[in-house]
Design a protein around this ligand. Sequence first.
Ligand code: FNR
Length: 183
Amino acid sequence: MHPHRIAVIVGSLRRDSFNRQLADVLVERAPDTLALHRVEIGDLPLYNQDDDDAPHAHVLRLKREIAQADGVLFVTPEYNRSIPGVLKNALDHASRPYGESSWAGTPAGIVGVSVGAIGTAAAQQHLRTILAYLDMPTLGQPEVFLKADAVFDDTGALRDDSRDFIDGWLTRYADWVARHARG
Ligand code: FNR
């Protein structure tokens, strides 16, 4: 059986983003049953409903990549106790035109790393509300609330004691995708 294709969406555009580092770790450590690939959202225009009839080429690319995926993995920081605007912008873009959402039915996973103590918990709760509306079955447990200095060492490498947790989560997510993948 071919591996399930997973679209990985990182909610930070920062050059040295911890969340992008975490996404790289997940890509590298994913089991053979998953093929993870990053989807770009930093080049999308700001969503404007006037453009629904003639979406930007980058929006069409995003919608195509989501439609072709068997699952979506959100790796996001928390901004002001919610998700970053750049991620909401991508969610809104691929949800339109009305009735043609690319997200519907696609199983999702959420992980996040923050410099703050609650490790993106508030952002993830907001994201869960959005994904429920978008009809995306989302893995509930284990939750992944990571603090940057606890998960990465000074060189940016994953700390040894985080490996088992990350690998265990990936296994659970792979099972979730296998159970909920479309078709
Ligand atoms: C933050 N940060 C932050 N952290 C947190 O735990 N809760 C929060 O509500 C916020 N709010 C917030 C707002 C804005 C506008 C910025 C720029 C930052 C800090 C955040 O955890 C930190 O900048 C991370 O490094 C962001 O993730 P990346 O870019 O490293 O992936």
